[in-house]
Design a protein around this ligand. Structure first.
Ligand code: DUC
Ligand code: ZN
Ligand code: ZN
Length: 471
């Protein structure tokens, strides 16, 4: 057989195994694994390199409306370009409904923003903000049928928070349709109560953001989300978990046999609430929700990854420029942390941080790394085995890594739309040097060689993990 490309001489790792072999690619698929594969139009020398499944970042936000006067820093082009440089071959951003909007119309709008603009493959989760009869009865079931097989609900935020009754209704639709529900678990009333009190006491600087959403805010909502999902008997994914108490809620549910899954993110491994204390408004660079906590919480998140409580490691890339009145330095944000746009960039740094801090420091294995950053995302969101692994028949979505390269993370190395990285100055060992999406180089030896439109939209199957326990 003759191949389009052979990646020769590298070390391949999957979620299960690590082995030296060549990878033969034909028609955008992995066509053979082995030695002496024969001829190809192009031979890529990967000696001394790791050949890994491209990262799948199943939690990113691009081009989302973010409130009056605020503009998200990445559209689908810049966000997926940054993703490609970060060793990712697929991302799952959100199509966010706002109250009163038709979910079907929202999906059309996000397709208009994304189609033809992406450097890596893309698929949308939905955000359900308006659990109306029309949405629950018609739109959601039809959209699940069309391959939008996961949706996020919020327990906090003005205009987004659902009541317990609405959560139960959305969860029922998920149960009936086989979709997977993702939950942002923070108690809305508790945050409002604390925010009001902090403001009345004149405590409005950015670092009070963390004080307005302490651990019990997240723990309580996590417990409640799990309880609601148990009542409906539907699996649930608790996203962006930041601390031990929420992690232990998930662990206890898993030990009771519930299908409760967890996700954590880089900010909960390497940042703390101290970072929000930067002088002047620098702390806004770290304002995200839940907030980064303390070192004991970092340790708990590592345990969650090591012990399988968390199956996903995502970036929660939610980018705003810092030095910009439409970003972190929005005029209203100077009056109170309440108005600082919520979210931080991370799609380009997720993989190097986990590789270096996790694999490099012996906290997780290389195979765990692949599972946590690619394979489990594909399995969780209905993309496996087409995506998320290196196997014959899978899409040739591949990241080639230099495991020895030492890099100090710096904004000057980033390729997205923000003007800062919250991970500035962190030293890592190991860096993705080339990214191939369905067999085509998008980034080659650190240089962008792909184009907008190289990435395509991928409808998804239902998640095998979304099945209720009872029939
Ligand atoms: N939740 C997210 O998932 N991303 C950014 C902000 C938020 O609250
Ligand atoms: Zn969230
Ligand atoms: Zn998010």
């Amino acid at each position: 057989m003759s191949f389009d490309t052979i990646i020769r001489g590298g070390t391949v790792a999957t979620a299960a195994d690590t082995f030296d072999c060549d990878v033969g690619i034909a028609g955008g698929k992995i066509a053979a694994l082995g030695h002496g594969l024969g001829d190809a139009r192009e031979i890529v020398d990967a000696s001394g390199r790791l050949v890994l499944p491209g990262g799948i970042d199943s939690h990113v936000h691009f081009a989302q409306p973010s409130g009056p006067g605020i503009v998200m820093a990445d559209d689908f082009a810049s966000g997926t370009r940054a993703a490609a440089f970060g060793g990712n071959t697929m991302v799952l951003p959100f199509a966010m409904q706002q109250k009163g909007e038709s979910l079907r119309e929202v999906v059309k709008q996000y397709h208009a923003k994304a189609d033809g603009r992406c450097y890596v493959d893309v698929s949308f989760h939905l955000i359900v903000a308006d659990a109306s009869d029309a949405v629950l009865g018609q739109e959601l079931p039809a959209l699940v049928g069309d391959g939008y097989t996961s949706f996020k609900v919020f327990m906090t935020y003005e205009g987004l928070a659902l009541s317990d009754m609405e959560m139960l209704n959305v969860m029922s639709v998920a149960r009936e349709t086989g979709a997977l529900v993702m939950v942002h678990a923070e108690n809305y009333d508790a945050i409002r109560f604390l925010t009001d009190r902090l403001e009345r006491a004149g405590k409005t600087a950015p670092h009070y953001h963390a004080a307005s959403r302490p651990v019990p805010v997240e723990r309580e909502a996590t417990h409640r989300a799990i309880s609601l999902s148990e009542i409906v008997d539907v699996p649930v994914m608790i996203v962006h978990v930041s601390n031990r108490e929420a992690m232990e809620e998930i662990r206890r549910a898993q030990q009771r046999g519930l299908r409760v899954y967890g996700e954590t993110c880089p900010q909960y491994l390497v940042l703390t609430d101290k970072d929000l204390e930067g002088l002047n408004m620098e702390g806004t660079k770290y304002v995200c929700s839940p907030p980064p906590r303390d070192e004991a919480s970092q340790q708990a998140c590592w345990e969650g990854l090591q012990q399988g409580v968390f199956s996903l490691f995502s970036s929660d890339h939610c980018p705003f420029r810092y030095d910009d009145p439409q970003g972190k330095l929005a005029p209203r944000g100077r009056t109170s942390f309440r108005w600082v746009p919520n979210g931080i960039p991370g799609v380009e740094t997720r993989l190097p941080i986990l590789f270096s801090e996790g694999v490099g420091k012996g906290r997780i294995t290389l195979n765990d790394f692949v599972a946590l950053t690619a394979t489990n995302h594909a399995k969780t969101y209905g993309l496996y085995p087409r995506k998320g692994t290196i196997a014959v028949g899978a899409d040739a979505d591949i990241a080639i890594w230099d495991p020895q390269r030492k890099v100090t993370i710096s904004q000057s190395l980033m390729h997205g739309g923000t003007d800062y990285t919250p991970y500035e100055g962190i030293d890592v060992t190991g860096w993705p040097v080339s990214t191939l999406v369905r067999g085509r180089f998008v980034v080659r030896d650190g240089v962008l060689v792909g184009s907008e439109g190289d990435g395509t939209y991928v409808p998804r199957a239902k998640s095998p993990l979304a099945k209720p326990r009872a029939a």
